[in-house]
Write a protein that binds this ligand. Sequence first.
Ligand code: 5GP
Length: 139
Amino acid sequence: MSTIFTQIVDGEIPADIVYENETTCAFLDANPLAPGHTLVIPKDEYTRIDDLPADVARELFATVHRLVPAVEDAVDADATTVGFNNGTAAGQEVDHVHCHIVPRFEDDAGGTLHSALGGPTELADDDRESIAADIESRV
Ligand code: 5GP
């Protein structure tokens, strides 16, 4: 069973497609958080960012880079919040990698990613250093 986003790419269900190339596709979110809320996907199905081959990841970011100013200009936004819900624990509902580009306005009530995630977590210096070393060893 293909994902709902693959069905959009294949033209099986309607969507407001605003850009596509060989590897990626961008279309308006059906439940926008703001006018112009756009999703950017790889055309092939990958569930999470870590499943993306490096060349597809590059193409995906190139499309995000191209779309951000287009979206901002189209709805006269002051900024954008750009991000991925990467995995179900992070709120990912569609198992097909997608980047949200959400237009933001000076007086909107959206807050920041920090406010959405409840603010900073207290972390001892030892723990922080150990985590940094662990990440560094895995890159
Ligand atoms: P997630 O929570 O997985 O990061 O976000 C999935 C997004 O896909 C949601 O913002 C939701 O509104 C959007 N979405 C779900 N189904 C459809 C659809 O059929 N068409 C479009 N255009 N967007 C969809």
